[in-house]
Design a protein around this ligand. Sequence first.
Ligand code: PLP
Length: 387
Amino acid sequence: MTQPFNADRFITDRLRAIDASGIRKVFDLAANLKDPVNLSIGQPDFDVPEPIKQAAIDAIERGVNRYTVTQGLKELQAKVNSQIETEFPNWKGTGYGNLITSGVSGGLLLALLTCAGPGDEVIMADPYFVMYRHLVTLAGAKAVYVDTYPDFQLTAARLEAHITPRTKMILFNSPSNPTGVVATEQVCKDVIALAEKHNILLLSDEIYDEFCYEKVARPSGKPRCPSPASYSPNLLFMRGFSKTYAMTGWRLGYTVGPKAIIEQMTKLQQYSFVCAPSMVQVAGVTALDTDMDDYVERYRQKRDMVVQKLGGVYNLATPGGAFYAFPEVPKKLGLSATKFCEKAIANNLLIIPGSVFSNRDTHFRISYACDNQMLERGLDILLELAK
Ligand code: PLP
């Protein structure tokens, strides 16, 4: 007799170890809301700038629809390298490698599968970008969390206490999702020095680099976000197009870093993603020439609005970048962040409890990537909830 088909039997332990229930619960609760005030979105509220769209359309019509070489189109790689060397003159002539990826997510997956495995420890800040936790699990390594409350700086001192002989990588993310906090120049300098001292690979995820309201001078070119790459090319350095140019659905990013590692990541990309989307790579060259200052300025104004309205009522580490803020649930309410967010959802406001990004359940994430009217309504509800 044939047995009833049991799909569950085919799911590996690797996948079973990934628990995505936290965020699912939030979206299940939100599904019942009609026209919610939505401060939960992790992507820009503007559309891709016109010249970038046109470049993709032209590329499709010209027939750039086939596989590209795995490492990415030469023109895009050259543009990335030229921007890197303008921003970080210390990288010139070091023979670093470059891989064009399917989003920064693609780069993260390749990097973790390349460099971390069973027996290895990968350190990250708590709170962290959710994908980090799950990708480390998928790679078979152990995630080690550094509590960074209340200022959310992943300092060398905080890191050092967690380094063991098994530590392989440090995941560093500035500006940060979910806190919006920007690492100071001193933190960037100390963290890369610490990683080099202990022979640990630093992975710097700078997907929000353009949305930085605390830029610092560079030896050449415009002021930019502080970065550990200013001090050494011995790190994996990732930037993307999803947030900067609102190309989240187009899947484009890049990783630059030590050639031997980039070569292995390229090999893995060859047998998995194959290449980043061809027409999007062409548009990426146009994107890198597109000035986003006006867009960023509008987000800085939204950030100011959040800080002005919530500051004094909520404990809030000033977000210096990205489009998130991570306030603490007022202690006098006696609520966990999960309970607080359920209450917010009952008041038609969609926000995400800190427990989704953290081992603590005391804070919540708001995204101000929305129009000013919605943001204002959301902040007013938060002021009411704090009473
Ligand atoms: N890294 C961080 C910190 C993010 O917040 C995100 C997206 O939310 C990503 C990486 C992935 O971005 P993408 O794969 O769209 O480039």
